[in-house]
Ligand binder design. Structure first.
Ligand SMILES: Nc1nc2c(ncn2[C@@H]2O[C@H](COP(=O)(O)OP(=O)(O)OP(=O)(O)O)[C@@H](O)[C@H]2O)c(=O)[nH]1
Length: 411
């Protein structure tokens, strides 16, 4: 609960905006700008190109208004200068989108463009209406096309506003009422531009913040799913594995072996069952203790597993008894495998009980019969054969007497 509250507080702090409608958190603002960089660069390229085109188009307009006489060459130089600054700036931003967020290109264009517009006032003192319209358009262009620069925008608009007032006062004769109306109009445009740009910026950042929150929630969800999947896998593993020996537990052995039984019935193939019991294990436990007995059990389980194929199934039946299902194995094959297992256990070196001490196992074998749909009977037959083997003196492999006789199956 406390962590959740802290997370929410952190998210709110990171998403808080300042008076410019930018993130208070510098890292988040930098991330936002990086994310928006190509979009901003594209917008700025278009803006620079349109400004250049407009200034060039206005040279033609000026020619039609004043002809080629006195102010035209100066106006032409001014228009060409602005276009000559805007076009390389557009080209540079095209090549290096990072420049869209640098101060130099945009400030250079603002300085030259606005100065050009102001210079046009003394050159064409009779076109007050056109100048006022140009100021309004320039002001809106500044607010709408220059991203993340509110203080600079306010500065450039102030330059535009004050420059217009000074130039008009110095070179144009405007009735006071007209002047007041112009100033009111420019002031209103500035207010409108400021509100618009702040609102747009706020909306963009709020959207960005909720996108980040959504991504974070998704990331957490993915991590949770991965953790749960891992946990489920661990639980499944724990539910199916014998904790001590690492082989299948009794329940899982039955699940796997019954699947093999169904396959054997379907394919009409043999399936052999072996019960393996460590001989005189109680003596070993009594001599060396239960903990050593546990280690021996683990070593014997590993030894049994090492003689089996991947398709064979081994499980801990209980205590010091193991059970093995051998798919595709008839009695002869099963006996050979069991004998190999018995010999390997007999040779097993057990450093935990001393190198000279040897262990043996007795194995009882049975074969699933054609009409059997459950493992129980075959297990009982194998168990019975195992006890026959114990009675015969242990360390031997015995085939269930109910199964077809096999020569040389006892040792
Ligand atoms: N260390 C250890 N011992 C176990 C475990 N499960 C069963 N045992 C012991 O295994 C021994 C089995 O003894 P018995 O059933 O008398 O059989 P045995 O001594 O092996 O004699 P035979 O089977 O007749 O050869 C008992 O002493 C059990 O306590 C286990 O998980 N760890």
């Amino acid at each position: 609960m406390a962590a959740g509250t802290t997370d929410t507080a952190d998210t709110k702090t990171a998403s808080a905006l300042d008076w410019r409608a930018e993130f208070r958190d510098p890292a988040r603002e930098a991330l936002f700008r990086r994310t928006m960089q190509s979009h901003d660069a594209c917008q700025m390229r278009v803006a620079f190109s349109v400004v250049a085109a407009l200034f060039l188009a206005f040279s033609l307009n000026d020619y039609s208004l004043v002809g080629s006489d006195a102010p035209f060459p100066a106006l032409l130089v001014m228009h060409l200068t602005v276009a000559a600054v805007c076009l390389p700036a557009a080209w540079s931003v095209w090549n290096r989108p990072a420049l869209a967020h640098r101060l130099l290109p945009v400030n250079l264009v603002c300085l030259v463009g606005i100065s050009g517009l102001l210079l046009a006032i003394p050159l064409k003192p009779d076109s007050t209406g056109i100048h006022l319209a140009s100021m309004v358009v320039a002001s809106m262009v500044l607010y709408l096309f220059v991203p993340n620069r509110l203080p600079w925008l306010l500065g450039w608009n102030a330059y535009l506003f004050v420059g217009f007032v000074v130039a008009t006062w110095l070179w144009v004769t405007v009735p006071p009422g007209m002047m007041a109306t112009s100033l009111l109009l420019l002031g209103f445009v500035n207010l409108l531009g400021w509100l618009t740009v702040t609102r747009l910026s706020r909306l963009q950042r709020m959207q960005f913040a909720s996108l980040l929150e959504e991504r974070e929630a998704n990331r957490q969800l993915h991590a949770e799913i991965a953790e749960r999947t891992q946990l489920e896998e661990q639980l499944r593993q724990m539910a199916s594995t014998d904790e001590l020996t690492g082989i299948a537990n009794r329940r899982y052995f039955f699940e796997l072996a019954e699947r093999e039984l169904r396959r054997a019935r379907r394919d009409d193939s043999p399936l052999a069952i072996c019960m393996v019991d460590i001989d005189l294990f109680k003596n070993l436990n009594d001599r060396h203790g239960h903990a050593v007995g546990d280690r021996v059990l683990t070593a014997v389980a590993a030894c049994c597993q090492s003689v089996l194929r991947e398709t064979d199934i081994i499980g801990r039946y209980g205590g010091e008894e193991f059970v093995i299902a051998l798919p595709q194995a008839n009695l002869q094959t099963a006996t050979a495998i069991a004998e190999r297992l018995r010999e390997k256990v007999a040779r097993l070196s057990l450093p935990m009980v001393g190198d000279e001490e040897r262990l043996s196992v007795t194995v009882g074998i049975s074969l699933i019969e054609k009409d059997e749909v459950r493992l129980d009977d075959a297990l009982q037959r194998a168990d019975k054969a195992l006890y026959d083997g114990k009675a015969r003196g242990r360390n031997c492999v015995v085939v269930s007497r109910q199964d077809p006789p096999l020569s040389a199956v006892t040792f």
